[in-house]
Design a protein around this ligand. Sequence first.
Ligand code: TMP
Ligand code: ASP
Length: 237
Amino acid sequence: MQKQQLLYKGKAKSVYETDDSDFLILHFRDDTSAFDGKRVEQLARKGEVNNRFNAFIMQKLAEAGIETHFEKQLSNDEVLVKRLDMIPVECVVRNFAAGSLVRRLGLEEGQALTPPTFELFYKDDALGDPMVNESLAVSLGWANKEQLAQMQKLTYQVNDVLKALFDAGGLMLVDFKLEFGVFHDRIVLGDEFSPDGCRIWDKNTKKKLDKDRFRQSLGDVIEAYEEVASRIGVPSN
Ligand code: TMP
Ligand code: ASP
């Protein structure tokens, strides 16, 4: 597949068209952002680390019967994906309280959420990705009820698969964010799954091994991503 013009430059990935209108190429850059793009830094190796991490996770999800946009890893920092019509909603599952939930409700960080919670956020940096609900998503024409139900079901399935995978590596999957799109009338998982869009703690020490290291200036960001990758079995090259 031939890479053609740049379609869209996101905060961490660039999206290119290909000579087939059903496929796109994603380029994972080293750019790392937080606080809705208000802080951006380059972290060496991040593009490759996240590309490999994402390819491994997407393949695990496909093996579990969850349809994803992943087709093929093309190089260290590029992947071929299906071209989805993206739904501008972020699906978040939380197994333990952290981040915005702790701030919103004054919970203690690490409090177990049983059963895990499901939340929707509107993907809009200028508005700070505000929390929304299904009713708003339907009324505003972002998705229909059936699509939203399917997104919720798939997000919980992803949680089941990945909680077990991280647990086997001595890690807690605290929370994560997924984005979905439509491909030939089906809801398909898009975007990426990497430590940029989830929270992962060491089970014993509760050490943070995800993008909170960047948000909170804890240092050794990419080293932590690489540690998680090696503990869950991501091939190193
Ligand atoms: P939050 O605690 O900030 O609401 O985030 C919950 C999880 O979702 C956390 O793992 C980070 C991830 N997330 C993103 O990656 N991007 C986003 O825009 C949002 C709202 C959350
Ligand atoms: N929304 C993502 C985060 O908070 C990315 C960003 O803010 O730039 O990590």
